[in-house]
Design a protein around this ligand. Structure first.
Ligand SMILES: *Cc1c(COP(=O)(O)O)cnc(C)c1O
Length: 450
């Protein structure tokens, strides 16, 4: 087809968007229409709201294109992809200091959400078995976690009939910690979720401290409460940037960990992982055995068919970067996050909530008393008009009257872009501060979810 597009009868058609068109379009025309519409999504590199990978190198793109047809569930048809999946899980078990990485079990999933469901299901089933074996009621399970958990944990509790018990976050206790974790635990508690990288602020919850409080609690009550760590972001940051923080399988109470391969695992969307401390921590009866190539392949997943390409991309990243490569990439993101947060801290209108020193994510709020004329939603809209997506949103529950604004720094955010962003934030803040009357105050919209 020749340029310009949309000039002849075949291509200058108006396509219906509520039903199938009666006739086919030329491939080139359909291609162009889809690409044109997708262009309206904006520029992913200026999107500082998402945690998910928006850039991979050319060779990764080639692997993706070559492997786009692989179905992860067809372990029979694609035994090599299945073997690579197992290898990646073992690599993560080693990274997280499992006692025996080669004999434990871990699986890929479509994202951390599915991985969290699997982790939560294992906790629930394990608790049910123990209750039934002791001749006790096993119908009213509950799960203890911070009120700042990612929405997947609300979904888990809703979909699998588990009572959520939220520990409220407050100014004094912004995360789950030693002082509040045991408040709501009883014999029906299937486990505690600890978050390495709270979505709202980027902060780590003190997993070792939480585990110690649960040790104390067990001494007093006899209740042995397991921990699942939601390391959606931190699972790929802490091992490289904060090796001294003990949060993983070094703590015997941590029975399972999930992460998002498509966040700081640096792979395109569609990949999560969950790994159990030891094989025994995953109840056997959750595993389906599928025979393949004369062998037996254990499978554990909520989905059946899903893309296998992302697993190959994860393996590519492991080979390409190694430990030192991951460390450098994550360090660069953290350096930029800290640069940005230090610049924002210098603007009188803003007070930092976090500074990006855990995961490279930080949030700030309006300095109390600074102004009645504008709020962070005004700033969000102005930045958006200049191409930058920097979301503002309310904190959870108890802190719901607090609005914060957040930046997620990912691989691909250069120092050059960071300086440009700071220039824009300063310019828009100056403009807002120059107003002699109040802006209409927009409220939290439904458009931003974590
Ligand atoms: C992003 C996130 C999730 C959900 O992960 P997906 O990979 O998007 O499904 C769960 N927990 C936390 C803490 C997250 O940041």
């Amino acid at each position: 087809m020749t340029n310009p597009q949309y000039f002849d009868d075949a291509t200058s058609v108006t396509v219906p968007t509520d039903r199938l068109a009666a006739d086919p379009l030329p491939s080139e025309a359909a291609y162009q229409i889809v690409l044109d519409e997708a262009m309206l999504d904006g520029n992913a590199r200026l999107n500082l709201a998402t945690f998910v990978t928006t850039w991979m190198d050319d060779n990764a793109d080639k692997i993706y294109a070559a492997a786009a047809d692989k179905n992860m569930i067809d372990k029979d048809e694609y035994p090599a992809t299945a073997a690579i999946e197992a290898r990646c899980a073992t690599i993560m078990a080693s990274l997280w200091n499992a006692p025996s990485p080669t004999t434990t079990i871990g699986v890929s999933a479509i994202g951390s959400s599915e991985a969290c469901m699997l982790g939560g299901l294992a906790l629930k089933r394990r608790w049910q078995h123990a209750r039934k074996a002791a001749g006790k009621d096993a119908t009213r399970p509950n799960l203890v976690m911070s009120s700042a958990v990612q929405v997947v944990w609300e979904k888990f509790c809703n979909y699998w009939d588990v009572e959520p018990r939220y520990v409220p976050v407050t100014e004094e206790h912004p995360t789950l910690d030693r002082t509040n974790v045991t408040d709501q635990i009883d014999e029906n508690t299937i486990g505690v979720v600890a978050i390495m990288g709270v979505t709202y602020t980027g902060a780590y919850e003190p997993v070792a401290e939480i585990a110690a409080a649960l040790d104390e609690f067990e001494k007093k009550t006899g209740l042995d409460i397991p921990i699942h760590v939601d390391g959606a972001s931190g699972g790929f940051i802490a091992p490289f940037l904060q090796p001294e923080i003990v949060w993983d399988f070094r703590l015997p109470r941590v029975k399972s960990i999930n992460t998002s391969g498509h966040k700081y695992g640096l792979v395109y969307p569609g990949l999560g992982w969950v790994v159990w401390r030891e094989k025994e921590d995953l109840p056997e009866d959750l595993i389906f055995n599928v025979s393949y190539l004369g062998g037996n392949m254990p499978t554990l997943a909520i989905n059946f068919s899903r893309p296998g390409a992302q697993v190959l991309l994860q393996y590519y990243m492991f080979l390409r970067l190694g430990f030192e490569g991951y460390r450098k990439v994550q360090q660069e993101s953290q350096d930029i996050a800290k640069y940005l947060s230090s610049e924002i801290a210098r603007i009188p209108a803003f007070t930092l909530w976090s500074d990006g020193s855990d995961i490279p994510v930080f949030a700030w709020r309006l300095t109390p008393g600074h102004t009645e004329n504008w709020n962070l939603y005004n700033l969000q809209l102005l930045l958006r008009a200049h191409g930058w997506l920097v979301p503002a949103y309310p904190m959870p529950d108890n802190l719901g009257d607090q609005t914060v604004q957040r930046i997620v720094v990912r691989n691909g955010m250069s120092m050059d872009l960071a300086k440009e962003l700071i220039r824009e934030i300063k310019a828009q803040t100056e403009y807002l501060d120059s107003l002699d009357g109040p802006m209409p105050h927009p409220k939290a919209t439904d458009s931003f979810t974590h």
